[in-house]
Every structure is written in C-alpha cells, then in structure tokens.
Design a protein around this ligand. Structure first.
Ligand code: C5P
Length: 234
C-alpha cells in the first residue's frame, strides 16, 4: 500500500516580500507563516508524515517550538539553489533515510500558502489517489489576460479559455517526481507539475479555491491574516 507524504520546500529567501526575514517566518496570526501549512498537513488523516526542507544555513526554524507535531514533522536541512533543487534534494534524502518508498505519493506544498484547507486537501487526495499520473490544485483564470511589449504596451489579449492558475499541493508518486525533477534541471521549472509535463505526462487539474493563494507581496500577508482570523472566529 502506498503512503501519502507532504513536502514543504522552505529554503527560499522570499526576496519579493522586501524583508530580511525569509517569508516563511513572517508573523501571521502570531505564528511564523509556515506554521499554518504544517498544521493543516499534519492534521490530515491520510498524510503519514510532513517533510520540511530548510536551507542548510537556516537558524530561524530552531527558534520556534514545533513539538506539538511530534514525529509526524520531519526536518530536512538540504535546500538547494532553486525550488526544484530543494524538492529533489529532500526526496533523495528521505529515500536514503528509508522514510519513503518509490510508489508513495508526495504532496509538495509551498510554505507560502497558509490558507490551504483540509477540505481542499482531502479533495485532492480523493481525486488523485487512483490516478496514473497525479496532479495539482488549480483555479480557472478569472481575469482578462494582456500580453505586453517591454514598454508595457498591450500587444494582444490572451484567450483565458482552458487557462488555470497552478496552486499547491501538487501530488505525484515519488518515482515520477524524482525522475521529472532530475531531467528538468536544465529547463525553467517553477513548479513540480511542469517538470512532470516535460516528460510528456498530463497532470490532472483539481479545482481548488482562490483562498489558497501564495503570499508573495506584503499586501498578501494582510489578506491571509484576515482569512485565518475569520476561520478561527467561525
Ligand atoms: O519564491 P517562490 O515563492 O516561488 O518559492 C516557492 C516555495 O519554494 C517557497 O516555499 C520557498 O521557500 C521554496 N523555495 C525553496 N528553495 C529555493 C527557493 C524557493 O525551497 N531555493
């Protein structure tokens, strides 16, 4: 039987937030932002373990008390230069430590998506656990999309038909994901699905919701705070 593991790459610096502290540690509802994703993933009934991938130089992580998650939370200090490197390094480390098997499912989730709900997570797992390829949470594009030239002048309007915004978790079997990331080192891979696509596979898009956005700019942090506070109060 295959197990399900979550993997949170958290070895980035989050330069676009304009803060010296890596964004996964910015305070959100009196916790470091990454706490919220860890909490949702650790509480999930299907998930056997949650790997967090840190930069080898990260000392911030150890300033917090993570003991409430006990041994379900596993820290791997092997982040790389890119997100793809961080994911691949940690998959290799987890296999070397005999923590995962090649046919286990890996759900890669960004530390910077703190508003993931257990409903969305269950939906992803239920829709994909019998799938041959795997897939990801995503939302259909709602806005009209403009293509520009370098002077920010519109050159044309893109059709939004069949266009989706990729989110995380992105769920693939260990074997396929490692194979995809290994062969993807030379191309521009900003998520796990694009590495799998480059091998010729067609990951399934599981409709999610817009609340599971990625905190990238300072205003996103304020929005995430409002969403989490509202959930706590209802
Ligand atoms: O920079 P971006 O928002 O795309 O990063 C997405 C996720 O990948 C973040 O959780 C970040 O910490 C992680 N990351 C990583 N290793 C890197 C770069 C980014 O684990 N070298």
């Amino acid at each position: 039987m295959s197990n399900f593991f979550a993997l949170i790459p958290a070895a980035g610096s989050g330069a676009r937030m304009g803060n010296a502290l890596p964004k996964q540690y910015l305070s959100l509802n009196n916790r470091p932002m990454i706490y919220h994703a860890i909490n949702t993933l650790c509480q999930n009934q299907f998930i056997a373990g949650v790997f967090v991938v840190l930069a080898p130089s990260d000392s911030e992580w150890f300033k917090y008390d993570w003991s409430e998650f006990s041994e379900k939370l596993i820290v791997l200090s092997c982040g790389g230069l890119t997100r793809a490197d961080s994911v691949l390094n940690s998959l290799t480390a987890a296999k070397q430590k005999k923590l995962v098997d090649t046919d286990d499912w890996i759900l890669v989730h960004d530390a910077a998506r703190p508003c993931l709900t257990s409903i969305q997570l269950d939906k992803l797992i239920n829709e994909l656990s019998a799938d041959d390829v795997g897939g990801l949470l995503a939302v259909p594009v709602a806005d009209t999309l403009k293509r520009s030239n370098i002077e920010n002048r519109v050159t044309h309007t893109e059709s939004r038909e069949n266009l989706w915004q990729a989110q995380t978790p992105q769920m693939f079997r260990y074997d396929l994901l490692t194979q995809a990331l290994r062969s993807a080192t030379s191309i521009n891979v900003t998520d796990d699905a694009s590495a799998v696509e480059a091998l010729g596979f067609h990951p399934k898009l599981v409709p999610g919701d817009a609340y599971n956005f990625k905190v990238t700019y300072p205003q996103d942090l304020a929005l995430a705070e409002l969403i989490l506070q509202k959930r706590n109060n209802s």
